[in-house]
Design a protein. Structure first.
Length: 234
């Protein structure tokens, strides 16, 4: 189920079934057209993305479209299951999909076509992913279950894979974010540390911080970064 909350109140204003099969989970949520006619994409570990409109009102809720973005979604390794991970580039109308798969698949949503498959080059699965919203989305950064972070460039050959790999995290990466105002990347892992990276500095992080209580592994399950302001929530 999907839940919609009014964070100012706070109160839940809607709860709806995503219609994914029994036993499957919603593993990724994204806002589309958030400044105009807002839609929500819900990715589940059956490999399907469903796009909803009118989510803030039970009477106006509608399934706009759905399709299988990854037909070969399956666990690549033991030790967990990330399901389907998606990210959305608003200006280009591109949807990036990965997770328990060996590729990052790029979809042109307007044309409803797959335009590129980028091999992850890892036996571990993708646990989080984002693209650079400042440009045409050619830079994609993904976190993996083994703690590595890999940077990909859509302009390079699809066979090349990652152009940069950072390997300081020791556990599952819960989220990665690219700042809209700088070239910094922020990541966090279940072991409790938050790391800052730069695309100009290869192979090592710029800074590491550990939030209060972050030393307890498996308690650090979520990380959210503001796109512009220097704010992080865990």
């Amino acid at each position: 189920y999907g839940n919609v909350w009014n964070w100012k109140q706070p109160m839940r204003i809607n709860r709806f079934s995503n219609m994914n099969p029994l036993g499957s989970r919603i593993t990724s949520l994204s806002l589309l057209n958030e400044h105009n006619f807002a839609l929500v994409s819900a990715g589940s570990d059956d490999g399907v993305v469903r796009i909803w409109s009118g989510i803030d009102n039970p009477d106006s809720l509608r399934l706009v479209t759905s399709w299988k973005v990854l037909s070969d979604l399956s666990p690549l390794t033991t030790g967990g299951n990330a399901g389907l991970i998606v990210d959305w580039h608003q200006q280009q109308g591109l949807l990036m999909a990965s997770g328990n798969a060996s590729v990052i698949r790029i979809w042109d949503v307007n044309k409803e076509l797959t335009i590129q498959d980028i091999p992850t080059g890892s036996e571990k699965f993708v646990t989080c992913m984002t693209c650079d919203k400042r440009d045409d989305g050619h830079t994609i950064v993904a976190g993996f279950a083994d703690g590595t972070i890999r940077s990909f460039d859509r302009r390079t050959s699809s066979k090349q894979g990652a152009i940069t790999t950072w390997a300081e995290h020791k556990n599952w990466v819960v989220n990665v974010s690219i700042s809209k105002t700088t070239n910094q990347i922020v990541s966090g892992s279940t072991s409790g540390e938050i790391k800052f990276w730069s695309t100009d500095v290869l192979h090592k992080s710029l800074k590491t911080i550990t939030p209060r209580g972050g030393q307890n592994a498996n308690n650090f399950m979520a990380l959210a970064c503001h796109n512009i302001a220097p704010l992080i929530a865990t």
